[in-house]
Design a protein around this ligand. Sequence first.
Ligand SMILES: [Zn+2]
Length: 138
Amino acid sequence: MWTVAWGRILTCDNLKKKSFVLAGWCCMCRNADETVEHLLLHCCVARHLWNFVFKFVGIDWVLPSNVPALLIGWWNWFGKRSSSVWNLIPSCLMWTIWRERNNRTFENLESPVAKVISCFLLLCLIGLGLGALLPLRL
Ligand SMILES: [Zn+2]
């Protein structure tokens, strides 16, 4: 997660800084340059996931412009109460997007958003440990 927060994951913009020559557009939406913030926060696929989470937990929240601001704002229910489950959500969501991005980039495999959401939920449940599955407490 620190690599993401510091903006050091190998998105197209970071690869270009390392002198790699590539198209640079986001393989998720094919509509913008691939940056850390775009891919994990503002891309339409990322927004689908974030909106799913917001709806699932019943909150309205405007996503910050960057990952560190998101992590700081999100932490412990926006600083209101401690919750390891809650704190797990951004990591699972971003890992899900990163995996889907890599599947699209390197394997030419594209999952529909509904499947990406299912993968996210499964990852959250795995992260919680199967014994804590039911009831899911946020
Ligand atoms: Zn995109």
